[in-house]
Every structure is written in C-alpha cells, then in structure tokens.
Design a protein. Structure first.
Ligand code: NAI
Ligand code: MG
Length: 505
C-alpha cells in the first residue's frame, strides 16, 4: 500500500468524513468476517475523479485471495443453508436497517470515489441498497417447490435448494445497487457470496460488506478487490464457485460465460444497452422532455446501461423537442459531486473519459451532424483536473454512425426524426442490444401494441425508471442472459430444483 494512505481503524459509527473513511478502508479485502490484506501484500490506488487526487488504496487480489475467500464461503454456506429460510431473510432485512443508519455516510463515500453527484445520484443509490435488502429479506418464505401428480401411491415433490458459493462480479457505474441486486437474493436463497468489486470503485462496497457482516454469520458475504484477469477470472474458475453473476461489458461477459461453460455452471449476465426512446407528437410534451433528461441518466453522466442514447421523435415536434431538451440539460449544474447544488458529476476514469471524448470528437467531425454541448464546465479551481464532460445532444447523424450503434456510456444522446411508427419501431429494434426501451404517447392503444414489438427486456410507457425491486430486469440479444431484482430471478438463478419421489404404495 502506498505510504501516503496509512490504514486506520475503521469507524464503528456512521461518519461524514469520507476522506478519513476512504483511508481507513484502504488496502484490505473482507474475508471470513474480517478485514484482511492481499496475500501478495499488493494494493492499487483509488482516485477521486473530480479532483484527480488519490484518496486511498485497494487490496490487489489474485488467485490466492480468491481461494481464501471461496474456501471460507463454502465452509460458512453449510450452516447458513441450514437456517430456516425466513431466518435468513430476517437477517438480510436486518442488514437493511444498518445500511439505513449509514446512508449519508455511504452516499458521501460513493460520491467521493466515483464522482457521482450526492443529491441526484449517490444518496438515491445508497437508499436503494436498503430497499433491495428489505425486499428480498421479506421473501424467505417464498422459496417454494411444487407437488407433481405423478402416479397413485407416489408422492412427487420438488424442493428448491441453494447452489453453494456464488461469485459476483460488479462494475463501477452503480456498484452499490448492482451488488445489492446480486447478494440479497443469493443470500436469502441460502448461498454464500464472494463479490469481486470494480477496480474503480472498491471502497464503498467494502464498507457495505463490513456493515452487513455485523449482522450476518462470518463467511457468508465476502468481498475482494482487484483487476479482472487477475482476480475476477480466478473467481469464475474456482471449483467451489457454483454460479456466477456478472454485470459489465459485453466483451467481458463473453469471457465469463465461456469460463462458466468450461465448468458447466449457470451464469447470469447483465451487459450493455443502446436503449431507444420513442416520442410521438401526441405525448405530454413537458413531461416527455423531463422524461428524456431522466431517461438519458444525464445526472449519472450517461453511465448507465439503460440510458436512452437513441431518441426517435415524430417529425412535427422534432425541432421543438430538441431545443427544449437542450435548454433543459443546459440548465443543469455540473460541479463538485459532494455539493448539494450539483446535478452532474464526473466520468469515472481517464480510460472512460478518453473513450467518451473519442465518440464526441467523431460525432463532431461527422459531415452534416450537429452536436450541441450543454451545461457549463465547473469553474472551481480545485476541480480543474476533474473528469468532467459536457453533455452532448447530437442530431443529423447517419444511422450507421458508431455513436448510434455502440454503447458510449457517457452523456451523449442521438436524436432522430421519424414519420411513421413502423419506421421508428424498425430503427429502434435495429441494434445488437435489447435491454430497455421507452415510448411516450397519449395513444395507449398504439403504445401497448408497440411495447409488445420492441425487442427489449424492459419497456416503459410515459416513464423510464431505473431497475426496481420486484420487477424482473435483464436484457435480450447482446444485453444479457437471465433476470435480476424479482422473486422469480431469485428462484430461477440462485437455486436449483430437486425432485423427490416417495413410493408409499
Ligand atoms: P468491464 O466489463 O471490463 O468490467 C466489469 C467488471 O468485470 C469489473 O469488475 C472488472 O474487473 C471485471 N472483469 C474484467 N475482465 C474480467 C475477466 N477477464 N474475468 C472476470 N472479470 C473481469 O467494464 P469496464 O471496462 O469497466 O467498462 C467498459 C464498458 O463496459 C463501458 O464503457 C460500458 O459500455 C460497459 N459497461 C456496462 C455496464 C453495465 O451496467 N451493463 C457496467 C460497466 C461497464
Ligand atoms: Mg474493462
């Protein structure tokens, strides 16, 4: 660990000093109920993207750490699975209460670590973690099987059993929420979990793990930090890991799925998106403009797999809509993520900054295309090295532009006019992705007809919410495999069904 960030005792009580907390959490995994450094002794820097300053360090996990975590998890899972399901649920729900008591702390720390604005994003995310834990915590008594009418004199039933150790690999864009969506159902179902955090955002999830371990038995929830090939890959490959759940890029999703196939274990993949938004002239105009700002997740710098990065607007309102959207985004405040006034924070890392900037430069260089930059850059001298990117609204791009085809994962949306619903539908479906879509119209007959024909895992009419507890979430096509966030997702993806037959004739 670098000398500049000495490790300190981790505070017991909630703290609003995110800098001290980041230092205190530095350089360790959480395995078997305790903080432990990497077996190799190595760590890597964690940087605040709003200032460019190093705020701490994360343990650099490798196969030895993976083995320690998985072995601990496998041992702990046996007794965990023997607890009554409702008791497991009650413990997960009790974790939610601890998280609630620390919401402000967690919100500040995730804003500090990822550059996501406190008011518009980070606080919301921290609260959602508690919500997800409460939701799944209440589902312990729903792990039901069936009785099957096989033959007279034979009682035939199915029972659901946990899978064992679940490996969960998470990204940096909404790490707390995405981790909660994996650990809560996995634990209630009776599995133990080993999470591999994202290298860009390892600290707040580590704090959540420590907080939940105050309630859970040691070893059922472990977390490792480290890089993908060195720490994520050995987790997927470990023989005691019986299920992998992954959120991230399509590219790595393929690698994870192949490794899971080698072991013949199930895998859930939540990958990217290029989510279309269809706006009809008969929509509620103001509500739809507001909806576009939310849909594009501009407050998260567009770093969302459900971001409405392709907006198709019926021609009679096209110009008015683009102007109104640009004006609305222009009025947003970009600045210090920890400032309550800030709407828009920073991009996560220099790599993502370069990637997003490259897309914008390409759009601006495209003949005939128009890119409108919105929202002023922050003026604060302390933020001069911050990874701020002005939101862009592009029009007049060719349909085969890379900006229209690929996931940018930044504050960039492309708006197109359309003349008839069939053309708009065809364009919306013309994508390798199929995660989410939204339709904005007061003609509900048409809206519902199109909703059925949109190739997406989640379609919303006249709203575009992020993932919600109790509603199955997950994509089709290259956007992924399997569902998250619902009772069915827990039953189908974190348990297997055993058939038991009793011949009493
Ligand atoms: P990534 O897919 O490389 O990283 C996601 C997670 O996978 C991280 O924890 C990483 O350490 C891990 N990982 C990387 N290589 C691995 C391997 N060989 N085996 C096991 N685990 C591995 O995503 P990255 O590089 O952070 O972002 C690249 C792009 O991916 C973004 O621009 C965006 O388009 C997309 N993305 C989509 C997300 C979503 O919510 N679906 C989230 C994050 C990124
Ligand atoms: Mg990557």
């Amino acid at each position: 660990m670098p000398d500049s960030v000495p490790s300190q005792a981790v505070p017991q009580d909630p703290t609003l000093d995110q800098a001290a907390l980041a230092r205190a959490l530095s350089g360790r995994h959480f395995i078997g109920g305790a903080f432990v450094p990497a077996r190799s002794g190595r760590s890597f820097a964690v940087v605040n993207p709003a200032t460019g300053l190093e705020i701490g360090a994360a343990a650099e996990g490798d196969a030895a750490d993976v083995d320690a975590a998985v072995t601990n998890a496998a041992a702990a899972q046996k007794d965990w699975a023997k607890l009554p399901a409702r008791k497991r649920g009650a413990l997960v729900a009790a974790c939610a209460a601890v998280i609630r008591a620390h919401v402000e702390e967690l919100a500040r720390l995730i804003a500090f670590e990822t550059g996501k604005a406190l008011r518009t994003e980070s606080r919301v995310e921290a609260n959602t973690v508690a919500d997800i834990l409460e939701f799944f915590g209440g589902l312990g008594s729903e792990l039901k099987g069936e009785s099957v009418p096989f033959a007279p004199g034979v009682l035939s039933v199915t029972v659901r059993e946990p899978l064992g150790v679940v490996g969960a690999i998470i990204p940096w864009n909404v790490p707390l929420l995405l981790m909660a969506l994996k650990i809560a159902p996995a634990l209630v179902a009776g599995n133990a979990v080993v999470v591999k955090s994202a290298e860009e955002a390892p600290l707040t999830v580590l704090r959540i793990c420590e907080l939940m371990n105050r309630v859970l038995p040691a070893g059922v929830f472990n977390i490792l930090s480290g890089f993908g090939p060195e720490c994520g890959a050995p987790l997927v490959a470990h023989k005691l890991v019986r299920k992998v759940t992954f959120t991230g890029s399509v590219e790595v999703g393929r690698i994870v799925a192949k490794a899971a196939a080698e072991k013949i274990i199930p895998v859930t993949l939540e990958l990217g998106g290029k989510s279309p938004m269809l706006v009809f002239a008969d929509c509620d105009f103001e509500k739809t403009v507001t909806g576009a700002v939310t849909s594009m997740r501009f407050t998260r710098q567009g770093q969302s797999c459900t971001a409405a990065s392709r907006i198709y607007v019926e021609r009679p309102i096209f110009d008015r809509f683009v102007d109104a959207l640009a004006a609305r985004v222009d009025a947003m405040v970009m600045g210090d993520p920890l400032d309550e006034k800030t709407d828009i924070g920073t991009i996560i890392s220099p790599e993502q900054f370069d990637k997003v900037s490259g897309f914008i430069a390409e759009g601006l260089a495209t003949e005939g295309a128009v890119g409108r930059a919105c929202a002023a850059m922050p003026e604060d001298a302390g933020l001069r090295k911050g990874l701020f990117i002005r939101p862009y609204i592009f029009t007049h791009l060719p349909a085969d532009s890379r900006l229209v085809r690929q996931e940018i994962f930044g504050p960039v949306t492309c708006v197109f006019p359309f003349d008839d619903a069939e053309t708009a539908l065809a364009e919306a479906n013309d994508s390798e992705y199929g995660l989410a879509a939204s339709l904005w119209t007061n003609n509900l007959k048409r809206g519902l007809e199109l909703a059925h024909r949109l190739e997406a895992g989640l379609v919303q009419i006249n709203q575009n919410l992020v993932v919600q507890a109790n509603l199955s979430y997950g994509g089709v096509k290259s956007s992924g495999l399997g569902k998250e966030a619902s009772l069915e997702s827990m039953l189908e993806h974190f348990m297997h069904k055993k058939t038991i037959m009793v011949n009493y004739s």
